[in-house]
Design a binder for this molecule. Structure first.
Ligand code: GRF
Length: 210
C-alpha cells in the first residue's frame, strides 16, 4: 500500500502531460491528488483541462509583474497555499527563481523531451531530428537553477526511424512522456526516490525480489 502525494502542477501550454497525470490518477496507476494547477499563460488549453477535471487553477501571468522576483513570490505563495508535497513542471515555459527552488529541496521535478544532457532548452525534438541521431527520448529530472541541468531521475528512449518526420517524432516522444511521468510520480508517492549529490537512486518496490 503506498500513500498518496499532493501535487501542484505548473504548465504553460496544451497540458497533455498534465492530462496524462490526471488520467493515471483516475486509473489508479498514480496515488496522488492534483491540488493546484499554476499557469502563466491565460490562453493555455491546460486551464480548460483543469476546469473539466475540477482542479483549482491559479493564473499567474508573468507579464503582470514588475520583475521576476515579484513573479516568483506569487508562485511561491500559491505553492505554499496548495500544501503540495511535490511541485511538477509539465511544459512550464518560465524558469523558477531561487526563492521558489530553495523552498522545495528535492521536491521540484520537470519533464524534458530529450535524453539529457543532450538537447537541453527549446525545440529539443526538432534539434534531435536535425542532428541525425538514431535515438532521442525523454527525461524526468530534479529542477535546479540551470536550464534542464538538474539530477536525472529517469529516462525513456525513442528510436528515430528512417523517414521520421517532426510530427511523427513528436508523437512518439509525447507518448513516451505520458507513460514515464506518471510512473516516476508514483515512485515519489511510494517514497522510493533518493538523491545523493547528483546521483538518483530508485529503490525497489517493497516485496519485489531479485
Ligand atoms: C513537453 O514536451 C514537455 O516535455 C516540455 O514541454 C512540453 C509540454 O507539452 N517540457 P504539454 O503541454 O504537456 O502537452
Amino acid at each position: 500500500m503506498s500513500s498518496s502525494i499532493k501535487l501542484a502542477v505548473l504548465a504553460s501550454g496544451s497540458g497533455s502531460n498534465f492530462q496524462a497525470i490526471l488520467d493515471a490518477i483516475a486509473q489508479k496507476r498514480l496515488s496522488a491528488s492534483v491540488e493546484l494547477l499554476i499557469c502563466n499563460n491565460p490562453q493555455a488549453f491546460v486551464i480548460e483541462r483543469a476546469r473539466r477535471a475540477g482542479v483549482s487553477v491559479a493564473v499567474v501571468d508573468h507579464r503582470e509583474f514588475s520583475d521576476k522576483t515579484a513573479f516568483d513570490a506569487a508562485i511561491a505563495a500559491w505553492l505554499h497555499r496548495s500544501e503540495a508535497d511535490l511541485v511538477v513542471l509539465a511544459g512550464f515555459m518560465r524558469l523558477l527563481g531561487p526563492a521558489v527552488i530553495a523552498r522545495y529541496p528535492q521536491r521540484i521535478v520537470n519533464i524534458h523531451p530529450s535524453l539529457l544532457p543532450e538537447f537541453p532548452g527549446l525545440k529539443s525534438i526538432a534539434r534531435a531530428l536535425e542532428a541525425g541521431v538514431s535515438e532521442t527520448g525523454v527525461t524526468v529530472h530534479f529542477v535546479d537553477q540551470g536550464v534542464d541541468t538538474g539530477p536525472i531521475i529517469a529516462q525513456a528512449k525513442v528510436t528515430i526511424g528512417p523517414g521520421e518526420t517532426l510530427e511523427s517524432l513528436e508523437a512518439k516522444v509525447h507518448a513516451a512522456e505520458h507513460r514515464l511521468y506518471p510512473e516516476v510520480l508514483q515512485c515519489f508517492a511510494e517514497d522510493r526516490i533518493r538523491l545523493q549529490g547528483r546521483r538518483v537512486e530508485i529503490l525497489p518496490r517493497l516485496g519485489t525480489t531479485g
